[in-house]
Every structure is written in C-alpha cells, then in structure tokens.
Design a protein around this ligand. Structure first.
Ligand SMILES: C[S@@+](CC[C@H](N)C(=O)[O-])C[C@H]1O[C@@H](n2cnc3c(N)ncnc32)[C@H](O)[C@@H]1O
Length: 344
C-alpha cells in the first residue's frame, strides 16, 4: 500500500489535504449537534419538516434547515417534498427503538469522550498519558456498553468479508463452534451464526457488556445458539475444540504480553485445523500510508496506556509465536483488515 492508493492522503488530494483535515471535525460536529439535539428521535416521532423540528428544539429555522440538509448529505436523513425521514442507517443506529442496534444516547456518550481525546492530543504527546481517565476503560466499566453499540457499524463489512473468506456464504459450513473473545456487541460472531444455522457461539466479555451482546443476539435471531462466558479473556477457562476464535478490535489496546497471551489462549482453545480471525485497523508495514489506521493509534493512546495500531508483519510474528500457521492478510473496504491463521 502506498499513500497514492489512499483517497484521504496528500498523495491524492494534494495540498487540499491540509484544509480538508483541519475541517475534518466539521462532519463530526454536525453529527454531534444532531445527536445532542436529539434530531433523529424527533424525526422518528413524525416531526418531519423544518418548522416542526425548529419548534421541537426551540431553535433557529435557518440553521435547523442547514443541519437537516447536511444530514441528508451524509445519508442519515432523506428528504421528499420538504419532509424529512430516517434512512435505514439512522433507523438502525441513531434512534431510541428496541429494534435499533444503538441509539443517539450511546453516541452522545461517545462523542463527549472522543472530542475530549481529539482536543487533548498535544497534551498526550507531552505527557504520554491518556487524556481520558483510564478507569473509564477498566474492567466492567459502564462506558464499554455504549462503546460496543457505537462500534457495531465497524463490524458490518468485516463480518461479510469474514463470511466469504471462511466459507459461511454457501452451504459448506454446518455446526461451526465459534468463540468470540472480548466480543463486545458480538455482531461479528452472530452474523456468521446467521449464515450457518447450526453454528453455536460462545461470547466472552465482561458481565455488563454481555447484557449488550445478549440483546444483539436476540435482535439478530441467534440467541438460542449463544452461550456466555463472563470475565477476563486473559485468565478465564475458555473451553476447547472450537472451529473458529474471533479476536476483534481488542489487540490494539493490549501490551505485547497481553497480545501474546490472548493469541496463545486462542490457539489452545481451537481444535486442530481450526482458525483464528483477527479484525483490526492494521497499518501498512512502513507506517507511512494507512491514513486512518495510523491516526487511530492516537485515538487509542487517548484512552489506553498500552497498545496502538500494528502492522501485518508484527501480527504474523505474534501468531507464529502462538503456534499458528498459514497466516494471511485480507483487506476489507473501510478501516479494518482481517487476518486469518490456522492451528496445524
Ligand atoms: C473495542 S471493544 C471491541 C468489541 C468487539 N470485539 C468488536 O469488535 O466490536 C473491546 C472489548 O473488549 C472487552 N475487553 C477488554 N479487555 C477484556 C478482557 N481482559 N476480558 C474480556 N473482555 C475484555 C471490552 O469490554 C470491550 O467489549
């Protein structure tokens, strides 16, 4: 990968990249305002024109129109004859609805924390210490519950790619035993379980986060094939004989010892021939081109004392150290990549 391949790098945009980057928080600010003002819930209640929304938030009509139109530009609202409506994405992720995967309330919580991290980057570089109190991310911290719902959109493309890679898109897979370590919402494993009607999933995370996983499993129609393993994935008994172990968006927050330990435990839990599936924003080997993934390291550092983004070469080394063979890198559209490896 070179930065000429990357649509958000200076190699492609030229100096416009500087202005675009300074302005990068504009989109974030617009969505932040929309969830702070509860616009998606207001529209979902049928208040669907500029005057109605202006009245509902006691706002300014000119700016409310701009905000609603900008959200149409994002694909988060639709407009027909001056009436706004939710789109499938905003209906699934941005309203307080029992059927939705996440709500504006989750995003309000995440925005508050992420903007604090964005604003504290210079302080982070001086001190090396997370800008956000690490206790917010400690074992069983309640913030994880909102965070894992917020992360579901990041699991959608990797889940489809993983399904294709691992043969879940035909009739080949039957009765796959899946262990999802630090599963968060569990979306990735549950999507695979939807595609293999005899699959069984063991979901591991902290007990409070598993409340979220349970509700996602129910929404995805696989709850009767999921069991739960609450507790620390680095020390808990995980069982054995699995066909597939998922390690998604968790290695980036661990120190080297934690990563080696987790991958070693994944290896032990697999049956011979079983596969590990890693999903993460992975940087290019030279660490010069993967714009979003290299930037993501600074977001992680804003919250965690350890970790950051890693390269495929590093990941291959950890996997080989844990005993895995046949290690492969698979690009996915979007921020994440997948890595697969087998137990011999
Ligand atoms: C960034 S989220 C990723 C969740 C999910 N795997 C995904 O891809 O969306 C990290 C998850 O790891 C969990 N976690 C972190 N350390 C853990 C540990 N030692 N044992 C179990 N779960 C852990 C957190 O509770 C959180 O749900």
């Amino acid at each position: 990968m070179t930065n000429k391949d990357n649509p958000t790098s200076a190699g492609v945009l030229g100096p416009e990249l500087i202005v675009r980057t300074i302005r990068g928080s504009l989109h974030s600010g617009i969505l932040k305002a929309a969830v702070s003002l509860d616009l998606f819930n207001i529209v979902s209640r049928g208040v669907d024109d500029v005057d109605g929304v202006t009245e509902a938030i006691s706002g300014d009509q000119r700016i409310v129109r701009m905000l609603l139109d900008a959200l149409c530009g994002f694909g988060l609202l639709a407009k027909l004859d001056g009436r706004y409506s939710l789109t499938p994405f905003s209906r699934s992720f941005l309203v307080d609805d029992p059927e939705a995967f996440a709500s504006s309330a989750d995003y309000r919580e995440v925005f508050a924390v992420q903007w604090q991290a964005f604003g504290g980057m210079d302080q982070l570089a001086r001190t090396g210490r997370p800008v956000i109190d690490p206790r917010k991310f400690g074992a069983e911290a309640s913030y994880w519950e909102a965070l894992v719902r917020y992360l579901i959109p990041f699991a959608v493309a990797p889940a489809e790619a993983a399904a294709r890679l691992l043969g879940f898109d035909g009739k080949a897979r039957r009765g796959t035993r899946i262990l999802d370590l630090a599963c968060g919402s569990g979306y990735l494993g549950y999507r695979l379980a939807q595609l293999d009607p005899e699959a069984a999933v063991v979901s591991n995370d902290w007990e409070n986060v598993l409340k979220v996983s349970r509700s996602v499993a129910t929404k995805m129609g696989v709850a009767d094939r999921v069991s739960y393993l609450p507790g620390d994935s680095l020390s808990l008994g995980l069982g054995s004989g699995y066909d597939l172990v998922i390690v998604s968006r968790v290695l980036t927050t661990m120190d080297l010892e934690g990563k080696n330990r987790l991958l070693g435990r994944a290896h032990s839990a697999l049956k011979p021939g079983g596969a590990v599936l890693i999903n993460d924003p992975i940087a290019d080997d030279a660490r010069v081109a993967a714009t979003d993934q290299l930037a993501f390291a600074l977001l992680i550092a804003g919250f965690h004392e350890e970790g950051g983004t890693y390269t495929f070469v590093e990941c291959r080394e950890w996997l080989a150290g844990a005993g895995f063979v046949n290690v492969k890198y698979h690009p996915v559209p979007g921020e994440s990549s997948l890595v697969t490896a087998r137990k011999a």
